[in-house]
Design a protein around this ligand. Sequence first.
Ligand SMILES: [Zn+2]
Length: 296
Amino acid sequence: MKKTNKILAFDIGGTKIASGIVEFSQKGYQIFDYQKVPTPKNKKDLINIIIESALNQKRNGGFKKIKIGIAGQIDSKNGIIMHSPNINGIDSMNLKSIIKEKIGETVEIENDVKCFALAENVFGRVKNFQNIVYLAIGTGIGGAIEIDNKLYCGENNIAGEFGHMSIEYDGRKCACGNRGCWEKYVSGKAIEKLYFDLYAEKKKAKEIAIDSARGIRKDKRVIKEASKFLAMGLVNIINTINPEVILIGGSVSRQDEILKLAKEEALKKVLIPGRKTKILQSRLGNEATLIGAALL
Ligand SMILES: [Zn+2]
């Protein structure tokens, strides 16, 4: 593990940007100055958030390096965001050179789920597994595949983009350009849409989960429905990748009921040997991606 060195880390997702100073020690990690702001709708504001935060930290004692986990397909070698369907206006942006030019700092960037995978590997529940599928279910669904302890990225760096598995022909339109992608049926927003379609009322995914757990019938119906879609994708993953374990993080994973229902349903439907697959909930919580980014 790295020595005690302060890293300014960012977790940039489709809904929020989290940042903090991460410090590693023999005992593990500590996060200072944890902050969360909504993801802006344009590139300029997004860059400003990073720069403001860096300048602020420089005034308050500094840091060794900036490291960023970001949703989308990333060319980490060159620091370029190739494509990010859930964040507006940042496709093809060379974040590394922009930050270097503006404040003279070098940054490392990587896909957010790969960061999450790294943190889970070092501090989380999958230390002793070799064949792992990681899923982060939040605004969309990100994924990563680890085979024999090595991340498998694919020929063009899109391996593990399970959120864009097509599960319905001519289904809901996705930001990636296709229709019927898995993430359009399982993410927080998808749960809210399910609720709205059934009852013509707006309700937050988190509240739906809470009310469902309290036994409210309307909410239970939505969670049950969403869990079927979640199960559908899990079956596809198990039957094609056959991992030892699927580790699920992100805001939707913290809704115990949906995860439990989906797990039961999926393990009933997979090819029989696939029933041995473990489906685990991440315990690192909201900070997993931030910690993983700092570990880069
Ligand atoms: Zn898609």
